[in-house]
Design a protein around this ligand. Structure first.
Ligand code: ZN
Length: 103
């Protein structure tokens, strides 16, 4: 009997990556008109990335709140003063989560 491999087949990873990209695009598009739906899309994309062990690109990862899954736009986040010179701090105005981003 063959043992189940831990890694998913490439074609599945490929589809998963595509779905993540589509979901983030939908989330961006729907953010203003359907904020709730937009957050669901981000949540789904994150679930897929966890299940398939796919790392999200840096720019994508920095672009949303890890707590409430809202995509950051100018109106819903705020840069706050950081005492550390090479760390940027962003506060989510939706849930209050503070994110530290290396500059
Ligand atoms: Zn948040």
């Amino acid at each position: 009997m063959q043992r189940k491999k831990f890694k998913k087949p490439d074609w599945q990873l490929e589809i998963a990556r595509e779905r993540i990209e589509i979901l983030f695009n939908l989330a961006k598009k729907g953010l203003e008109k359907h904020p709730k739906r937009s957050r669901r899309y981000v949540e789904l994309a994150r679930k897929i990335s966890l299940r398939y062990n796919i790392r999200l690109p840096k720019e994508v990862k920095r672009g949303f709140c890890r707590k409430c899954s809202i995509l950051y736009i100018r109106e819903n986040c705020e840069e706050i003063d950081s005492k550390l010179p090479n760390i940027k701090m962003i506060k989510c105005l939706n849930c209050g989560e503070i994110k530290k981003i290396p500059k």
